[in-house]
Design a protein around this ligand. Structure first.
Ligand code: IMP
Length: 411
């Protein structure tokens, strides 16, 4: 039997999942996206060179087989642009890019429809494409292949769109031959002893069911989505790893979604600048807040996490004090569980534990022991609040910048 692990975001996206996936992908055979579309922007930095991937799994740089499961929504034009961009960087996906025949397509109308929605989506057609999927009016990758055989099954409008896609695929035969039954491919691989790694996009706080609806994306970004979005059963999954920044960010339009621990303006601008907190897909500045243990504990539970990677420790270097929100207060009561709705969440006031910061630059530390005592205390406090081991802490953008802690959890 092979090995199956899942990586998910614990906050509102942009936690640095790409970095953990890239790290784990060194040993994996398959890296699989199971939900979302090009609303995602996963940054991988290798030797100072940064690449932002929107569709292709972050395993692209490790010679893994890259897979897009049925839970993904696909914009073929954008996918092709990304393939070309990678080729220009010397990364070929030839014979190692597999796409589920059941993945739904993002059409140009979908993109237009998502441009000015109320919650400030990424404008990539994600919600309209999933809307069509669940209304059972969507078009899937397999329809492109079948269109000429099944012409009568499609109305005139759908037919012309599919034929256009078909031409696109024939022009890019490179893609055409890699449309597969992902469930079969992955299950056969697992049976043959291979390591399959699932790469979540977006995050727990943006999950359509477990985030703060309606300020969420349109898919299940949590661990269960790996099963439904690929056709690999839950009994095959060994471990689920969560990724969380040592602070928190959120990107949307005009602060639409709740961010209970939002920092004051001066601190936020400092963190935005130091942490390069600008959306990888939208370019919008990300709002920043202090570490929210209530949300992160929710992520531990909803995803059944085995361990957590904490990212961007170095961004907090040089602060006089750092804060962790341990619980909320609402109408004089302590709230320790993440509220189910955005309205209640907005009313909650954060209750902080404030602790001394550290002046030492952690970016050069290679071991936990080398970290300043205050940073060690901060990490250990987060670990005890979450109740699961911290696997590693990252301390810089580059692939090599991480501090191992409980790495045995990864085995
Ligand atoms: P949509 O996924 O484009 O429909 O956008 C819904 C919400 O999720 C918006 O607030 C987006 O800013 C947010 N969102 C979607 N994808 C990401 C992501 O990859 N990182 C961070 N926020 C995201």
């Amino acid at each position: 039997m092979g090995k199956v692990n899942v990586v998910v975001g614990m906050q509102y996206g942009d936690e640095g999942k790409g970095k953990l996936v890239d790290f784990l992908a060194a040993k994996a055979d398959y890296v699989v996206r199971f939900q979302g579309g090009n609303n995602a922007g996963h940054t991988v930095v290798i030797n100072g060179q940064s690449t932002i991937l929107h569709f292709i799994p972050s395993g692209a740089f490790n010679d893994n087989i890259c897979v897009m499961g049925n839970g993904v929504v696909l914009d073929l034009d954008v996918l092709q642009t990304e393939i070309n961009m990678l080729e220009e960087k010397g990364v070929s996906l030839k014979d190692r890019l597999l796409i589920s025949e059941n993945a739904h397509l993002i059409l140009s109308d979908d993109v237009e429809d998502s441009m000015n929605d109320k919650i400030g989506s990424t404008g990539k057609g994600i919600a309209p494409s999933y809307t069509n999927k669940y209304a059972k009016t969507g078009l899937r990758v397999r329809d492109i292949i079948n269109v000429e055989n099944d012409l009568d099954d499609f109305d005139v409008n759908a037919r012309s769109k599919l034929l256009k896609f078909k031409k696109f695929l024939l022009d890019h035969s490179y893609l055409k031959f890699q449309i597969v039954n992902v469930s079969k491919v992955l299950n056969d691989a697992i049976d043959a002893g291979k390591y399959v790694l699932f790469e979540g996009a977006q995050a727990t706080g943006l999950d359509i069911d477990h985030g703060h609806y309606p300020f969420v994306t349109s898919s299940n970004c949590t661990a269960g989505g790996a099963c439904t979005g690929s056709g690999v059963g839950p009994t095959k999954i060994n471990n689920v790893f969560g990724v969380s920044k040592v602070y928190i960010t959120r990107v949307d339009r005009d602060g639409a979604g709740p961010l209970t621990t939002q920092m004051d303006k001066t601190m936020m601008e400092k963190i935005q600048k130091k942490g390069h907190e600008y959306g990888a897909t939208t370019g919008r500045p990300r709002r920043c807040g202090w570490y929210d243990a209530v949300l992160n504990k929710h992520a531990v539970r909803v995803n059944g996490l085995s361990g957590v990677a904490l990212t961007k420790l170095d961004v907090l270097d040089g602060l006089d004090e750092v804060k962790i929100c341990t619980h909320y207060e609402l109408n004089g009561e302590n709230i320790t569980d993440y509220p189910a709705d955005a309205i209640t969440q907005r009313r909650c006031k954060p209750v902080y534990e404030t602790m001394p910061g550290w002046s030492k630059d952690t970016g050069e530390c290679k071991t936990f022991e080398e970290l300043p005592a205050e940073a060690k205390f901060f990490i250990k406090r987060i670990e005890s609040l979450l109740g699961v081991p911290v696997i590693m802490v990252t301390n810089g953008a580059d692939r090599e910048k991480y501090i191992p802690i409980n790495m045995d959890v990864l085995e």
